[in-house]
Design a protein around this ligand. Sequence first.
Ligand code: DC
Length: 226
Amino acid sequence: MTLKKIIIAIDGPAGAGKSTIAKKVAASLGYAYIDTGAMYRAVTLSCLTAGLSLTESAATQMAQGIKISFRYEDGRNQVYLNDHEVTDAIRSLEVSRNVSQVSAYGGVRTAMVAQQRKMGKNGGIVMDGRDIGTVVLPDAELKIFLIASVDERAERRYKENIEKGIPADLETLKKEIAERDYKDSHREVSPLKPAEDAITFDTTGVSIEGVVEFIQEKAKKIIDKG
Ligand code: DC
């Protein structure tokens, strides 16, 4: 008997633990993992590298013309932009500061959502982002909406940055996270919000393993039902 391959959508604000958790859930089920935030970051990076002003028409043209792909290499998920590896470059401060603006453009979203639907259509996938359960893959069998307090999310980012040798200031991170939340949830196109049938999980004070186990159990129940 072949097991049913489901779609798992994991949405939520920045720093709620989505990517770490989604990666682990995907690995445990043998599923592919797609980080849609990385795709908006890749569009932003290519606009900045090309020296474009970040208008909707320039960013949309860029989004329509570039190829973004994910490859699992050397034990980690690598992001490629037109066959150049940009895994670390898309995490730069400059990209982080401009990605909310670029990802709010309707034209950019249309181009990215089309690519994301193609990647997800056969199931066997864990996709994380802001609008996966609401817009990209509304038929996903399992939708999880992860949240956590601003303080905890800022502390997680702070630790991540320090570990990577990126200079960080906790108060600045808190301010940036709160601002990004506001922009992401108040934009006109696909604002950040849970799908009606999503399970909201507050990860404040919960270990990564605890969240991963919760999602695995939910997924297994759906897979076992066939
Ligand atoms: O998850 P992240 O911080 O890498 O996401 C980067 C930006 O992209 C963030 O401002 C929200 C936006 N984003 C989005 O609008 N829709 C998605 N599906 C994923 C990310």
